[in-house]
Ligand binder design. Structure first.
Ligand code: MN
Length: 260
C-alpha cells in the first residue's frame, strides 16, 4: 500500500486531516490535469514540500531551499513518503510530533508529465514535466542523483534535484522571496497561526528528542522573527522591478483566479 508509511507516522483519530480515500477522490475535482502543490513547511527546518499527484497519491519531495526559476540553480529535493491527495490542500498547524510546525499552501495547480510512463521515469530517476500553478509554470525536471550530491544526507536513491528548464517561465527572479505567501489564505506563517480556528493536524510519531512543545515554541518565535525581518527588508516589488523576467512576475501574484 503506497500510503502505509504516511499512515504509520500519523494518528488519524486525533486529527481532522484526511486519511486518504482508497478510491481516487482527487478525480472529483474538475480540472485539466493531475494536481500538484508546494507546501512551505516551517518545521525544525524551513523547507518546501513539492508534491505531484500520481496513481491516487501525492509523490513528495522535500526541497530545503524551495524551487528556483533559474535553470542554473539546481535544488536538492529529498524524496519522502507519498501523501494522500487530500493533504495537498492542507494549510495549518501541526502542534507536535512528525513535521511539527506550520504548513502553508505556497503553490498549487496542475502538472503534466512529459512522458507516457511516469513510473518508468521515476524508476529511471528522470521525470520531466510541466507545471501550471500560480507561481510555478513551464517545464521542469526531477533528476535522481544517486546520493552523489554533496548536500545530500541519507544518500541512496532519496536524493534528487529539482531543475527548471529554460523556457518563457524561467528567469532569475527569486520566486520564494518574491512570492512568499499562501495561495490559499494569502497569509504568511504568523497569519496562519493567528487564525481564530487554524486547521490543526496532530501527528502520531514523536519528533526526535521528544522536545516537541519546545520546538513549536521556537517555530512560533521564528515565524515572528521572519515577519520582523521582512518588514525591515527593502520592498519586494522594488527589487522585482530590476528583474528582466516580467512573465514570471506577472504570474506570481497569488490572486484568487480559480474557484476550488
Ligand atoms: Mn515537510
Amino acid at each position: 500500500m503506497p500510503l502505509d508509511e504516511y499512515k504509520r507516522k500519523r494518528n488519524f483519530k486525533k486529527t481532522p486531516e484526511p486519511e486518504g480515500a482508497s478510491t481516487g477522490s482527487g478525480q472529483a475535482r474538475s480540472r485539466k490535469g493531475p494536481f500538484f502543490c508546494v507546501q512551505k513547511h516551517l518545521a525544525s527546518h524551513l523547507h518546501y514540500d513539492f508534491r505531484l499527484e500520481h496513481d491516487g497519491v501525492l509523490l513528495s519531495w522535500a526541497v530545503p531551499k524551495g524551487p528556483s526559476l533559474d535553470p542554473k540553480t539546481k535544488r536538492l529535493a529529498m524524496k519522502v513518503e507519498d501523501h494522500p491527495i487530500e493533504y495537498g490542500d492542507f494549510e495549518g498547524v501541526i502542534p507536535e510530533g512528525y513535521g511539527a510546525g506550520i504548513v502553508m499552501l505556497w503553490d498549487r495547480g496542475t502538472w503534466t508529465p512529459q512522458t507516457d510512463d511516469v513510473d518508468a521515469a521515476l524508476k529511471k530517476g528522470d521525470l520531466k514535466f510541466t507545471l501550471d500553478g500560480y507561481k510555478l509554470k513551464g517545464s521542469w525536471v526531477l533528476v535522481r542523483t544517486g546520493g552523489r550530491y554533496p548536500g545530500a544526507r541519507g544518500g541512496g536513491d532519496r536524493s534528487w534535484l529539482l531543475i527548471k528548464h529554460r523556457d518563457d517561465w524561467a528567469g532569475d527572479l527569486d520566486i520564494t522571496e518574491f512570492a512568499p505567501r499562501s495561495v490559499k489564505s494569502d497569509g504568511d506563517f504568523e497569519d496562519i497561526l493567528a487564525e481564530d480556528t487554524p486547521a490543526v493536524w496532530t501527528s502520531h510519531r514523536p519528533a526526535q528528542g521528544g522536545e516537541t512543545g519546545a520546538m513549536l515554541a521556537k517555530i512560533i518565535e521564528r515565524a515572528a522573527k521572519l515577519k520582523a525581518e521582512r518588514s525591515d527588508a527593502p520592498d519586494a516589488t522594488t527589487r522585482a522591478k530590476k528583474r528582466p523576467s516580467h512573465k514570471a512576475q506577472n504570474q506570481s501574484r497569488p490572486k484568487k483566479r480559480r474557484s476550488s
